[in-house]
Design a binder for this molecule. Structure first.
Ligand code: SF4
Length: 69
């Protein structure tokens, strides 16, 4: 699995960045969140699922590594 941000939906609130201790998401130059790691442990996936619950715009997705979106 890998985390993916739908940039058009992200409003840059930062919840996902802080909820994952900046291990998985960080901000890009546009102030939007971006995934910074593609190697995810089970714990990381749980953190991401938690962040998905808190994302106000449903901008976070978990996708299979080979899934092109
Ligand atoms: S929680 Fe959602 S809206 Fe907020 S920065 Fe992360 S992806 Fe963007």
């Amino acid at each position: 699995m890998k985390a993916k941000i739908i940039e058009e939906k992200c409003i840059g609130c930062g919840s996902c960045v802080s909820l994952t201790d900046q291990k998985i998401f960080d901000f890009n130059d546009d102030g939007k969140a971006q995934a910074i790691t593609t190697t995810l442990s089970e714990e990381d996936i749980n953190l991401i699922k938690n962040a998905m619950d808190y994302c106000p715009t449903d901008a976070i997705e978990l996708v299979e590594n080979d899934e092109e979106k």
